[in-house]
Design a protein around this ligand. Structure first.
Ligand code: SF4
Length: 493
């Protein structure tokens, strides 16, 4: 069994998960990468390809496994810069992003390319430990490593014309930190090697963590934990002591807990609605919140796109580009009107036509209603930065924006079926069961982003473009229509 640097990083995050991956791969067969995870991988590959352009003399080792180790040695004899230099020592195996010879220091520089805006020093993406693992293995193969570092994206860079790779990427020399981390990493590598030869551990550490920390194998490792358990309590990760106490006492279902009086306000509502088996509604608070809204009510939602290598002028790495909006307008008489905008031909000033349409479609006197409004507000702030001439309009919208999600996140309406969440994907099926995202061709934001990327590609056929355009408009319209219907249900209370 070979152990790669990805395995090592995984081990430092969760040794049980690594053990299962190595010994019970069948548990991961049905676990597909989400569109978001796929995009991260793709962004990483694109950043690595772009970064290689900074080393035009570099040679890529294209072979794999044993052959790649042999090919690496050959290229190293000529002291050329190497991409994907491959090493194996004992069970440890790695492919280094960039290795280049430093004549002055008489040894090799090891550079790791990361599609991140900074050096990360926390598991599971600990860049220093990642490099230390590589340095240990490479030096054990008899190669002198004189410098180690990360080449990552420059968060200050904004595209202006052609992407300038030497400005987009920054070198962070981590030689000192990596050397200091070596002893600890060596110890972890030995422990990891031993751990993988041991029998399977029972349970796993996440039994003491909130639901958001659990990976796909949690139910396998902890079959005694019900699907809706004390781990689902709102923000239970912040009250670890309580969770540990319940788990140690074997109080795993919400109804098992011995001390409901110790729950915080949000958790208490969640608990009570679960015990009662029905929603707990604060009619007065909802009436007051909705009573402050000014007609016309404008239910508004953006869809956004981001990429590691910025694609559009004015934007930097991973900056969200609003490429679409949907707007349902409700007059005081209850009449509804729908407006929408989608960038289909990204030419010239990308976002100016979007703002110009917003100015025609939105009435700054009425309340703009969104769900998780900090997302919409941040997009408006970015648009204002790019187009200062429209800043006052965008600021006015932000100042008057109402976040419909707060009705649920502030505990004015708590239903056991929300399972402690205030996400629209959890709220909508309970309040408006006839509206359903699962029947849509696009049902999630990251999928919309991936589809838009395809829509603007010159190589996409006209008929595919037409279909994607329809799907995107339908998806975004459902987001705002869902808000209209949720508002109506709340108002009807
Ligand atoms: S649920 Fe948590 S502790 Fe258990 S295997 Fe997954 S990540 Fe590790």
């Amino acid at each position: 069994m070979l152990i790669t640097k990805t395995d090592y990083l995984e081990y430092t995050f969760c040794r049980k998960n690594l053990w299962l991956r190595k010994h019970k791969p069948e548990l991961f067969v049905d676990v597909e990468f989400s569109d978001f995870e796929k995009k991260i991988i793709e962004d990483g590959n694109l950043a690595e390809a772009a970064c290689r352009l900074l080393y035009p003399e570099g040679v890529l080792v294209e072979s794999h496994h044993g052959q790649a180790v042999i090919d690496t040695k050959k290229v190293m004899e000529e002291k050329k810069t190497i991409f994907q230099a491959t090493f194996q020592e004992d069970v440890f195996y790695l492919r280094a992003d960039i290795l280049c010879f430093n004549v002055e220091l008489g040894g090799w520089e090891l550079w790791e390319v990361k599609a991140t805006n900074e050096v990360k020093r926390k598991v599971p993406h600990h860049h220093v430990n990642d490099l230390a693992f590589q340095k240990i293995v490479i030096e054990a193969c008899g190669v002198k490593v004189v410098k180690t570092g990360v080449i990552h994206l420059n968060r200050e860079y904004r595209k202006n014309g052609k992407v300038v790779n030497c400005e987009l990427f920054i070198e962070s020399d981590l030689t000192g930190e990596v050397t200091a981390a070596e002893e600890q990493v060596k110890g972890e590598m030995m422990q990891m090697k031993e751990c993988l030869t041991l029998p399977e551990e029972k349970g796993c550490a996440c039994v003491y963590e909130g639901r958001s920390n659990h990976c796909s194998t949690f139910a396998y490792s902890n079959p005694e934990v019900p699907e809706y358990s004390v781990h689902n309590f709102n923000r239970i990760g912040m009250s670890k002591k309580k969770l540990i106490d319940w788990v140690d006492r074997g109080e795993l279902a919400l109804t098992d807990i011995h001390n409901p009086e110790d729950l915080n306000a949000a958790q208490k509502l969640q608990y009570e609605s679960y015990v009662l088996g029905k929603a707990i509604i604060d009619y007065g608070a909802i009436k007051e919140a909705l009573g402050g809204l000014v007609f016309p009510l404008q239910f508004f939602d953006y869809e956004g796109y981001s990429s590691a290598i910025p694609m559009f002028d004015g934007f930097g790495a991973y900056e969200q580009i609003p490429f679409q909006y949907s707007l349902h307008i409700m007059g005081a008489d209850g009449e509804i009107e729908h407006r929408e905008f989608l960038i289909t031909e990204p030419e010239g000033d990308l976002t100016l036509p979007l703002i110009e349409r917003m100015k025609l479609d939105l009435d700054p006197n009425g309340t703009v209603i969104s769900w998780y409004s900090s997302y919409e507000k941040q997009r408006n702030d970015k648009l204002a930065e790019l187009h200062p001439e429209h800043a006052s309009f965008l600021k006015e919208i932000n100042d008057k924006m109402f976040d419909l999600m707060t009705i649920f996140s502030d505990g004015y309406y708590v239903d056991p079926a929300f399972k402690g969440s205030a996400s629209i994907k959890k709220v909508l099926p309970v309040l408006v069961p006839e509206l359903n995202y699962s029947v849509m061709n696009i049902s999630k934001g990251d999928q919309a982003s991936e589809r838009w990327e395809k829509l603007i590609l010159a190589s996409t056929s006209a008929s595919d473009k037409e279909k994607i355009k329809r799907d995107l408009l339908d998806y975004c319209a459902l987001d705002t229509w869902a808000m209209v219907e949720i508002y109506r249900v709340l108002k009807g209370l």
